[in-house]
Design a protein around this ligand. Sequence first.
Ligand code: ATP
Ligand code: MN
Length: 463
Amino acid sequence: MKRSRIIEILSSGKPGDQFTVMGWVRTRRDSKGGFSFIEVNDGSCLSCIQIIADGKLKNYEDQILKLATGCSVKAVGILAASPGKGQNVELHAEEFEVLGWADPGSYPLQKKRHSFEFLREIAHLRPRTNTFGAVARIRNSISYAIHTFFQKRGFIYIHTPIITGSDCEGAGEMFKVTTFDLDQIPKKEGHTDFNKDFFGNPATLTVSGQLEAEVYALSMGDVYTFGPTFRAENSNTSRHLSEFWMVEPEMAFCDLEGNISIAVEFLKFIFDYILSNCNEDMEFFKKFIDKTVIETLENLISQDFEVLTYTDGIKLLEKANVKFEFPVNWGTDLQSEHERYLCENVFKKPIVLIDYPKEIKAFYMKLNSDGKTVRAMDVLVPKIGEIIGGSQREDDYNTLVERIREMNLDPDDYWWYLDLRKYGSVPHSGFGLGFERLIQFVTGMANIRDVIPFPRTPGNVRF
Ligand code: ATP
Ligand code: MN
């Protein structure tokens, strides 16, 4: 089945050329002159191609006049300049075939605009809409840009494991992996007997590829992982998913300042790539989702990001003349309302907040000489809040053991991670970028459930 994609026909087709188009009908309009206009989309771009089906086609009465939204079709025809408004070219069909019918009485996607809530219920059909088609293409383009950025800079792509035996950052947030019959879990002295489980040990889905990425950074230099991560936290917000994708670069011989530079350069590269390559879809988001998306990205590319310490950030929040839902004082974790206030009201641009209190950050972040704060960095952006979390890693063996104990963790569980500090330790840094939050920021989509094909959230894994 040879076909041309609509994006190729619209961008480089010449009038007089013959093309075969295959796709799904968006609309059919019949002219009094005894022919029909059929708008077909194939997902390759936002635009449809207009197909002119002449009354003389042999299946015109029987089939073409019955076409409805959602039917799949094949048309072979000649491209011609279009006299009508809204398109430059149209395809004059010489042959027209219906590949699959879609009963208008039951097909859930009709011409009218559906709510995103409704469309989440039909995640198997929503990519046929303009919005979800555009999101899917932007998601694809950002993925490509991410790999391009790192590959151009000599980073090596590492595939860190999905199933982990290490209980990294708080077991409460982790999904368990087991083949036990949950009605008959083997017990030993009152506790689950993991010796009898598939791996012979407790296993979980990864919450981050960082620790394994560090292993490779401390042998390959600059590396990154880009894969799915899983968090069983019960956060029903518009920026949390139970399954989301994370981009995690990890750099040896790199301190916090180097880490910040790479994070900022990285974000700017992505934004520039999207503005240069996804014009049609970005114009769509600007028109229908958020008027400011394009100018926001443009401004970001030319601006410096504000770097300030957590301590200074807290001072600004304490001075703020607004009522926050959650109170702030030195030592508390920032909520998204605080992050957004700093970005949107104080600095009016993205900020990088550094040197957080050690109590609210992970054990592996490098301790500052004050003994109270760690070399953490969160990149905060308007509308979303935290988009990147990262740090310089603790590279001193003794300090790391102490920090593990302080967090009530068992150093024995981290024996291999500690080995990296015992044998050839080097200063190193890295960060994690939430891929879906980045897509939200780029597209202006308000809910994270609408930027991943099949969202998983507490209470929801239907598809
Ligand atoms: P938050 O405080 O917003 O819940 P976090 O501090 O727990 O995030 P990190 O562990 O630092 O997140 O993860 C790195 C990045 O992954 C975050 O900056 C964010 O962009 C993204 N992220 C974290 N949790 C989620 C989630 N549940 N769904 C989608 N993205 C997430
Ligand atoms: Mn974080």
